[in-house]
Each structure stands twice: as structure tokens, then as C-alpha cells.
Design a protein around this ligand. Sequence first.
Ligand code: GDP
Length: 322
Amino acid sequence: MLAPAHGGVQGGSSIRLGISGVPGVGKSTFIEALGSHIIAAGHRLAVLAIDPSSRRSGGSILGDKTRMETLARNEAAFIRPSPTGGTLGGVARRTRETMLLCEAAGFDVVIVETVGIGQSETAVADMVDMFVLLMLPGGGDELQGIKKGVVELADLILVNKADGEFAAAAERAVADYRSALRLLRPALSQWRPEVLAVSALAGTNIDKMWQVIGRFRHTVEADGALAERRAEQARAALWAEISAGLLEQLRLSPVLRARLPEIEDEVMAGRAAPAVAARRLLEAFLAGTASAGPDASGPGAGGPSAGGPGAASGAAPGGARP
Ligand code: GDP
């Protein structure tokens, strides 16, 4: 049955939260605090991570086992570090799959955590119901420095470390983010993003934040906006899987492997335009695929059509030479 596996939103089903923020903002401290609150309220929590840094440096910013120790010991919590290796897209696809598995296994709250590197926030925002951005206290300069595109993704901004000497700065930052948000178009017309000061360390406003999540869910579920967001995300995930699958097939294709070095050389030397060379490669690939099937005829080398049986078959594998 498709609906549950792909995240239909029936009453009582899961809530998917994305949490992002720069290293040191307090993500793991915050998830510990929120997680304990969530579990005390009777939920089961899965925490997944997308950590693009592990791909670049071989070391990871997120995901080492010493983080979130209290949660990790709790039987109602499941914590999984980021898949390593591969592209951000690959890591995101595997994380999305894991998220669906966790829901099927009865985890009704899923948190997907990421650091603010590259496009990882977008990847997370594209798989969750609500995207939460954790910020440091300190208005002005920091506000200038934030990536506008990321703030646009947020359904909720939390200014963390609103305690002790940072309390006043946090309140100022809250006011600054509120006015900044007024200038942006909200991602969902039903929900105006909120800004809240919290202290993950002292546990201040964690309960209030959980109430905001409840209110968000209620608001966007009522008129079908949540179901629509999930449906769009599922469609995007389908196409991401198709693209990745096709690319994998291309990379494995003997026809392509044989021709690629030569064509890359030509493109790099400026003897062939990238678009023309890519089309030639695709045609060779499609011809190779067709010839592996029951009907050996493939698409013609000159036509843009995907061809098929009956198309002009001048392009045998390896035949579409420059
Ligand atoms: P992450 O890298 O975003 O996961 O950040 P961590 O949770 O590891 O926190 C980074 C540092 O900030 C740690 O020393 C925390 O103790 C501290 N920290 C986290 N939350 C708070 C908070 O609410 N108030 C204060 N004062 N410090 C905090």
C-alpha cells in the first residue's frame, strides 16, 4: 500500500522535524532537551542526521556517538549518524528512506538534523513537515551574515543560549529576526514563521517550542497543506530516485565507459560543445540499451527523439562518432 510508506498524513501519524544551525549553536544540546520532553510526553523519537562534512574531510561534524548521550540511552529514542560517502543527494535519499522506515517501526517523531553547509538545509527542508533553524544570540552583524535563502526555509527560528550573559542579546536577536521575517514570503501561506528564544542548556521554552510545533501541525493539517507538502516531497523524491538510478545505469554502461574518456577530452579541449557531446553519449547509451533488448534497433544518431523500436537505426553502440 502506497499511502503509509510514502507518508500520508492521517490523524495521529508522525511529525517530521528538520533542525539546522551552525556548529556550536547547540543542536545536540537542544535535541537532548527537546527529545527528553517529547519522550516524557509519550512519543517515540528517531534522530537522523545529514552531514555533508563527512564527505569532504573524512571526519564529521555531526553524528559521532558521544553526542546526545542521555537520549542514546533511552529506549524510546533511536539515534542514527549521517550516512557517509557519496553525494549530498545520495545521503539525503538514504536518510529519507530511513525516515520512512523509522515511521513504519513506530517512531512518531522524526528529527533530521544538519549543519549549515552547502545545500544540506535545503535537502532537509525538502523531506520534513517543519523546518526549524537554530541561531546564536547576537543581532546586527550576524543577521547580516545569515544566508537569506536559509531563513526563507524556516517555519520556526529559535535563538538558542538565551540564558545568563546572552539573555539580553537573544531577546534583541528575536526582535531582529521577527522584523526580517516580515519582509519574506512565508513558505506556507497558512503559517507565518515564528521566532522564539530558548535555552537548550537551562531547558527554557522547550515546552513552549513543542506547543508551537503542535500548533503548526494543527494549522497546516487542517486544510490539507501538510498532506500537499508531503505529496510534493514524495514526488520530488521519486524524481531524485529516477535521476540517480539513470545516472547509475549510465555510469555502468560499457558503451559509455568506452567512449567517455575520448568525449571528455574533446569537450575539455574545446573541440566539442558539452551539450552536443552529452547528446551523442546519451544516444549511444540508448542505442546500447535497445540493442541489449529483444529488438536491436535503436534511436537514430541525429534525432532528438528518444526513439525506440522502429526509429532510424544508424547508431549502433559506439557508432555515433564525432
Ligand atoms: P552543536 O555543534 O550545534 O551540536 O552544539 P552543541 O550542542 O555541541 O553545543 C555547543 C556548545 O554550546 C556546548 O558547549 C554547549 O554546552 C553550549 N550550549 C548549547 N546550548 C546552550 C544554551 O542554551 N546555553 C548556553 N549558555 N550554552 C549552550
